[in-house]
Design a protein around this ligand. Structure first.
Ligand code: IVH
Length: 669
């Protein structure tokens, strides 16, 4: 996109165009250009900003990708205090709230009901329409200035739309991590042997405190705005302000509703108690607000909370059951994780038999003993957890649970790194569950995808002494396979073919398959992008590694330690000799046909025979375009397994043609 234009002008035009496209995308779910074109524009703007930093604007859309490092966050005072809400769990108390309100201001009261989003509260200050500051709640009077991180959140406009906003205003909202992102983040943490995050709220608050805003950008946080503040507010009601801020480009959840009386409020609560799991974010209740600003003012505040609003909270779903035992699982990294075995109990629609107990400290903190009656709680999609013990029911002769000092699998003494709650079995090269878990990781779908080889066969190969590490897999012979249990000649051949096919796996997935601690699939991709072959990675210094976006101290140390181990070097040499790819290949797909010319596709869900990236490449190589959101103009939705119900619903509503994986592959055959 070389040009002879005045750079300041080009930057201004690009900024306007990108802002417009962002608005269309996030507010109207319309993609006017492909992701590729969008990225090109953003890249060009970034390039110009680097060449001409004097023209760079603090509210530039390039700020969305982050990159600012904040060593420590400043404390800032809130112009308007960030109060909390009084809570209730009962219909009766809610009716009393309504009576109090009507007694104070008369019967002519209208309410607005909203979801109580379970994220992290944020205050956003706008000066002349530009995002000037984003801060956390803190103690309500002062919070942390996290503006650089807030700028990466796409639901928060960097520049308000239109012209009708006051010179100075604040918007309040809730930042959240969509459940899908949370699950993916935890899956990646599991893959790379890190401790799992307890829930999306903790994940959000941890993310907002990151010093590197590009990490925040990569977490794809969202924000629902629910409040507006200004000195001379141009609105008479809260509902008007919600409509206005939405027009200005803020994301307002369309779940709010005006309610003429308390019966309507209760109907809203009942409806959403059932529907709450449809939302992309966890909610823990409903917030009821008096709609009229004049009446809000009349009602005023107590020391802590407004008298014009109340939060109705859903009771957390929990149950009591017996703790039957603790199982100690040894993972791929040697981490020993206790899992509580429970007497089966029905909870939030499922039967729960196991619960997570994160580590040894947790057993002590809760003072768990076998045979105890314990309470389990399940919040939304999260794994049930033990919240406490019913001490009155404790058997008189119960003994504290002694955490094992030695590995339950191989007997090696467990170690604990200072500052970590987890115990590890250090016998990395001789402990069966660790070796098997490493091999399983290596052949997994997202890694080498040796789909014909299952865990049972792996175990047999291990026990027969044929396989001790990943390189051994490529030395397996037909003669070794055939005599194994439930194996025929056909399966043996399939396994060998599958191993052969895996040699074509791209370098970034090979890197992920190696199972280097803290190198999950996203990190592996990043490393493969920046250091395009294994030699470059092996030779990279600590400084070079941490200079890469998203690569921090822990990952860098872990990569370096991996290459210092001679056994790893030998393993890599054998894998290279076997024909695995240790080098990135150019990924621009070759054009194969124009069968999909002029057609646009949205890809959603997971697929059986191809990865999402492969599908994307196929579309491009046949002349089609991949876009990320569903609009009227879309030609097809390619639907895999586990796709989001809201996408499907939207596509059906707009009459978009939906293709299965097979149907799509049929089109380009
Ligand atoms: S209004 C003075 N609306 O709940 C009232 N808060 O307990 C200010 N929250 O810190 C809050 N969803 O983080 C409001 N629709 C909603 C909300 C909401 C979640 C959170 C918010 C606040 C806490 C108050």
């Amino acid at each position: 996109m070389a040009t002879t234009q005045d750079p300041a002008l080009e930057m201004q035009e690009l900024t306007q165009k990108i802002n417009h496209l962002n608005y269309q995308y996030y507010q109207n779910s319309v993609s006017e250009v492909s992701d590729f074109e969008f990225d090109q524009m953003l890249k060009r703007l970034e390039e110009l900003e680097n060449l001409y930093p004097e023209y760079k604007q603090p509210h530039s859309p390039t700020q969305r990708v982050g990159g600012t490092i904040t060593k420590s966050f400043d404390t800032v005072y809130h112009r308007w205090p960030m109060l909390s809400l009084s809570n209730t769990y009962s219909e009766e108390e809610l009716r009393e709230f309504d009576k109090r309100v009507r007694k104070a201001v008369g019967d002519d009261v209208e309410y607005v009901c909203e979801q109580k989003f379970d994220g992290v509260a944020i205050s956003l200050t706008y000066e002349n329409g530009k995002l000037a500051q984003g801060s956390t709640r803190g103690d309500g009077t002062r919070g942390d200035n996290i503006t650089a991180n807030v700028r990466t959140i796409r639901d928060i406009p960097l520049q308000a739309h239109g012209k009708s906003y006051p010179d100075l205003f604040e918007v309040r909202g809730e930042v959240f991590m969509p459940l899908q992102v949370f699950e993916q983040l935890n899956a990646e943490r599991e893959e790379s042997g890190e401790q799992l995050l307890a829930n999306p709220r903790n994940a959000t608050s941890g993310t907002l405190k990151q010093q590197d805003s590009s990490v925040v950008a990569s977490r794809k946080l969202g924000c629902f705005s629910y409040g507006f503040l200004a000195d001379n507010t141009p609105f008479d009601t809260h509902s008007e302000s919600l409509q206005a801020i939405q027009k200005w480009g803020f994301k307002v959840s369309d779940t709010w509703r005006k309610c003429g009386n308390i019966e309507d409020v209760l109907a809203y609560i009942n409806e959403w108690e059932k529907r709450r799991h449809e939302l992309p974010i966890a909610t823990d209740g409903v917030v009821v607000k008096v709609n009229s600003y004049a009446l809000q003012e009349e009602l005023g505040f107590t020391a802590k909370s407004p008298r014009w609003a109340i939060a109705y909270k859903y009771a957390a779903e929990n149950a009591a059951t017996k703790l039957l035992g603790i199982q100690y699982q040894v993972g791929r990294t040697g981490a020993v994780t206790p899992v509580a075995l429970l007497e089966p109990v029905s909870l939030a629609g499922t039967v729960v038999k196991r619960a997570s107990v994160h580590n040894a400290n947790e057993i002590q903190r809760l003072d768990l003993r076998l045979g105890d009656t314990i309470f389990v709680e399940k919040g939304g999609e999260i794994i049930p957890k033990i919240t406490g013990v019913d001490f009155e029911q404790r058997p008189a002769d119960s003994q504290p649970i002694l955490y094992p000092t030695h590995c339950p699998a191989c007997g090696t003494e467990l170690v604990r790194t200072e500052g970590e709650a987890q115990f590890y079995c250090p016998n990395e090269k001789g402990c069966e569950p660790q070796i098997l878990a490493k091999l399983e990781h290596f052949i997994a779908r997202k890694a080498m995808n040796v789909d014909e080889l299952g865990p049972k066969t792996l175990e047999q190969l291990y026990r027969a002494g044929y396989v001790r590490n990943a390189a051994d897999l490529y030395d397996i012979t037909f003669e070794q396979l055939v005599p194994l249990e439930r194996m025929g000649e056909k399966s043996a051949n399939n396994i060998l073919a599958s191993l052969e096919k895996s040699k074509a796996t791209p370098y970034d997935r090979v890197l992920f398959a190696l199972g280097i601690r803290f190198v999950g699939s996203t990190v592996a991709k990043k490393l493969a992008e920046e250091l395009p072959d294994l030699e470059a990675l092996r030779g990279a210094t600590y400084e070079e590694l941490i200079a890469i976006n998203e690569i921090g101290d822990r990952i860098a140390q872990s990569v370096i330690a991996y290459f210092q181990d001679q056994d790893h070097i030998q393993l890599l040499e054998r894998l290279r000799a076997a024909g695995l790819k240790f080098k990135s290949e150019k990924t621009t797909p070759e054009i194969q046909s124009d069968k999909l010319e002029g057609q646009t596709f949205v890809i959603s869900g997971v697929f059986e025979s191809v990865s999402r990236e492969e599908l994307q490449q196929l579309i491009i190589s046949h002349g089609g375009k991949v876009v990320s959101s569903i609009s009227k103009k879309l030609s097809y939705l390619v639907a895999g397994d586990k796709m989001g119900p809201s996408k499907l619903e939207k596509a059906e509503k707009l009459g978009i043609k939906i293709l299965s994986e097979e149907e799509f592959l049929g089109k380009i055959k």
